[in-house]
Design a protein around this ligand. Structure first.
Ligand code: PMP
Length: 465
């Protein structure tokens, strides 16, 4: 039987005072708080795609815990797995000891992997964040190769700890940390709309591959043999930029020919998000390691590194950590992985995502502030631009970050949670759960289109006033 999340039952307002809670948060939490700044809401309950605030207001959640909630909030199979585990008396924290729940999670995870990768794979359970699994990947490959440097891409996001931050592209978060970019060689990611070579399209991707290859072979190119290349098949925080499958195959060939381990960061793209269970399946490449987190824990914190057994040369305790054995995350994660596979939710993401992209593409004619629409599966980006400004050689107009921030807030006013990302934070990102219904998908786009229409009309009125 297909289990669908029930609708959120009717409720009155709760007795909490949203304004007071938000005021206390502002006063007590750090200046680095993030989403709380863009979404001044106080969630009280949630189910499926719907979040309800303490004041009773409801939102369709297209952020999904930054791509974590493949099954939306509080899905029945996740709740059932958590309840069953609690009722069984299983220890909830066990470091990295063997448990039936971890054993079962490992079975479920390996069953989802491409066969050529799974057959000779090892898994390392990491501290429960994507960034720690990225650190583990870099350290593993540095240990295996005896080399230090990392090849990483423009627009990349790999996390906020030292190694992962060094590999990320965001200048704003790196600049305040002296020395953070040491030993990273930055390569051009094929971003067609803002092509680093000024050409765009397939040609831009070909140039990116040719540049990479020539740089690595140039005896005066400045790049000593690196420990690894790390990339996202679809850049998420970088503004939802899918890489062409042919480009990814070129990266696999280039790294294999030069004995450079290829690490694919599937923290955000994994578990059906892009329309395949793992995004590497679109191109058919077999990487040397895949970094996984977010959706694999079924809403609970979990991160793993899966890699070819030939690299398994590190010492016992080489990447240890206290919180690597969260029993509830193993149970919720195994239930999620199996449900996504059984219900063919990756295929569903491909179908609904393609439909949403087509409708968004159609909106470009009537809403010139939409500069670019792109994505894969249910990872969708709408880049907002200044329609009055001159286009560059690729036809791209300058990003419109202020407009994008207004659109985000106009969406919230309409009961829709969307986050921004990409260059100058001008791309609206849609990351709905894979269980989104056709009706919800239409409502999301209605609200987004309405928000963009209103904000651009206000802007035009301001210009002519
Ligand atoms: N890699 C990618 C591709 C991500 O999208 C993220 C998080 N947005 C991370 C790594 C870091 O994960 P975490 O925030 O759990 O450390």
């Amino acid at each position: 039987m297909t289990m669908q999340p029930a609708a959120l039952p009717e409720t009155g307002r709760s007795s909490y005072d949203a304004g007071a809670i938000l005021r206390r948060q502002r006063a007590r939490e750090s200046a680095a708080r993030t989403y709380a700044r863009s979404f001044p809401i106080v969630p009280a309950r949630a189910q499926g795609m719907v979040i309800e605030g303490v004041d009773g207001s409801r939102y369709l959640d297209c952020l999904s815990g930054a791509g974590t909630l493949a099954l939306g909030h509080n899905h029945p199979v996740v709740l059932e797995a958590i309840r069953r585990t609690i009722d069984s008396g299983a220890p909830l924290h066990v470091l990295d000891l063997a448990t039936p729940e971890k054993d079962d999670f490992t079975d479920a995870l390996f069953a989802t992997l491409p066969k050529a990768f799974a057959d000779r794979a090892r898994v390392h359970f990491c501290g429960p964040a994507g960034t720690d699994a990225v650190e583990a990947a870099l350290k593993l490959m540095q240990t295996a190769t005896g080399r230090r440097g990392v090849l990483a891409f423009t627009g990349a996001y790999h996390g906020m700890t030292a190694g992962a931050l060094a590999a990320s592209g965001g200048v704003g978060v790196k600049r305040p940390v002296p020395g953070i970019a040491a030993d990273v060689t930055r390569l051009p990611f094929p971003y067609s709309y803002r092509c680093p070579f000024g050409t765009g399209g397939e040609r831009g991707a070909e140039l990116s591959a040719a540049y990479t290859e020539r740089l690595l072979d140039d005896p005066n190119g400045g790049v000593v043999p690196p420990a690894a290349m790390i990339l996202e098949a679809v850049q998420g925080e970088g503004g939802v930029v899918p890489s062409p499958d042919g480009w990814l195959r070129a990266m696999r060939r280039i790294t294999a020919e030069r004995d450079i381990p290829l690490v694919v960061d599937e923290v955000q793209t994994g578990v059906g998000r892009t329309g395949a269970f793992w995004a590497v399946e679109h191109s058919g490449i077999v990487p040397d390691a895949i970094v996984m987190s977010k959706a694999i824990g079924g809403s609970q914190p979990l991160a793993v590194l899966v890699y070819h057994e030939d690299y398994d040369g590190w010492l016992p305790g080489a990447h240890t950590g206290t919180f690597r054995g969260n029993t509830l995350a193993m149970a919720a994660g195994a239930a999620t992985l199996r449900h996504v596979a059984r219900e063919e939710l990756a295929e569903r993401a491909a179908t609904v995502g393609a439909r949403m992209l087509a409708r968004l593409d159609g909106l470009r004619a009537e809403l010139p502030a939409i500069g670019d629409v792109r994505g894969r599966g249910l990872m969708i980006g709408v880049e907002l631009v200044d329609p009055e400004a001159e286009p560059d050689s690729c036809g791209a107009r300058p990003g419109a970050p202020a407009l994008a921030a207004q659109v985000r807030s106009a969406c919230l006013d309409r009961g829709l949670i969307v986050e921004l990302g990409g260059r100058f934070d001008a791309t609206v990102r849609l990351l709905p759960p894979l269980i989104i219904t056709d009706e919800q998908a239409e409502t999301v786009l209605d609200r987004l289109a309405d928000a963009i229409t209103e904000v651009t009309a206000l802007q035009r009125a301001g210009r002519t006033a």
